[in-house]
Write a protein that binds this ligand. Structure first.
Ligand code: CO8
Length: 261
């Protein structure tokens, strides 16, 4: 697992409880070739299975989070190749990761790069980040959620405009539209994302899993089913040791000691 070619993987945080992945294909502005995606899925799965890790940060370089799918790799593909191999179906593997993934976006998040960020759970951006779905300029359309997640994040009008023109939006615009939850100076971005991951990591992993699953249901399920899932997961938390500890600690006016049980 230490022998990745397109990503750098380490553990960070005061207790090494944050899985940290950096896209590292600088020659191609971190464009997302098949190999890179394969490696990313392996790294995410290992962190998801590692009991010491509680949250994951995904970042790129100061110039590019990711400039999209690898256009040079895609250029020769035919319809029967992409349909026959169900091209980019691998991408959906990261949706099965149960630990929170924070995208820390500096520079370009374009096409598949913007879609990759939107498949994460939280997006923080550096102040010079740029987001776009430029596929239309290549004669195609987004293929990994751009036409679906972007409207849910920024509303139909802005998403439609972005998908029809390929125009970039700035970090500030992305924040006011609701695509990203925080903008910080570019050189402070990794520290801010790591701080967020550490703060999340202080919670019970049981509650972290339940919260992520429940919030995600807001995107997938009708309101009544989402509310029912939420209620049941809330009830289920009463079966955990950490819920009992959390409420005891509050009444005893002390800090809770969660054990992820
Ligand atoms: N694919 C392959 N190579 C790329 C890509 C890319 N997406 N982006 C940049 N590169 C390469 C360039 O070709 C160049 O290589 P070389 O030095 O060999 O010529 C190198 O990275 C540096 O790029 P530039 O010289 O272009 O750098 P600039 O600073 O001049 O420009 C830009 C930066 C504006 C980001 C420019 O590179 C650009 O427009 N890139 C393409 C952006 C784009 O169209 N992205 C969308 C791709 S399509 C897509 O993502 C479809 C998603 C479908 C689902 C997901 C599938 C995986």
């Amino acid at each position: 697992s230490g022998s990745y070619k397109n990503i750098l993987v380490e553990k960070k945080g005061d207790k090494s409880q944050v899985g940290f992945v950096r896209l590292n294909r600088p020659k191609a502005l971190n464009s997302l070739c098949d190999d890179l995606l394969r490696e990313l899925n392996v790294a995410f799965r290992e962190f998801d299975a590692d009991p010491s890790v509680k949250a994951i940060v995904l970042t790129g370089s100061s110039k590019a989070f990711a400039a999209g799918a690898d256009i040079k790799e895609m250029q020769p593909k035919t319809y029967s190749t992409v349909f026959g191999t169900n091209f980019i179906n691998d991408w959906t593997e990261m949706l099965r990761i149960r630990k929170p993934i924070i995208a820390a976006v500096n520079g370009y998040a374009l096409g598949g790069g913007c879609e990759l960020a939107m498949m994460c759970d939280i997006i923080y951006a550096g102040d010079s980040a740029k987001f776009a779905q430029p596929e239309i300029r290549l004669g195609t359309i987004p293929g990994a959620g751009g036409t679906q997640r972007l409207p849910r994040a920024v509303g139909k009008s802005k998403a439609m405009e972005m998908c029809l023109t390929g125009d970039m939006i700035t970090a500030k615009e992305a924040e006011s539209a609701g695509l990203v939850s925080k903008v910080v100076p570019a050189d402070k971005l990794e520290a801010a994302a790591l701080d967020l991951a550490e703060r999340i990591s202080r919670m019970s992993l049981m509650a972290i899993y339940a919260a992520k699953e429940s919030v995600n249901a807001a995107y997938e399920a009708p309101l009544s089913q989402g509310l029912l899932l939420e209620r049941r997961l809330f009830h289920a938390s009463f079966g955990t040791r950490d819920r009992s500890e959390g409420m005891s600690a509050f009444t005893e006016k002390r800090a809770a000691e969660f054990k992820d049980e």
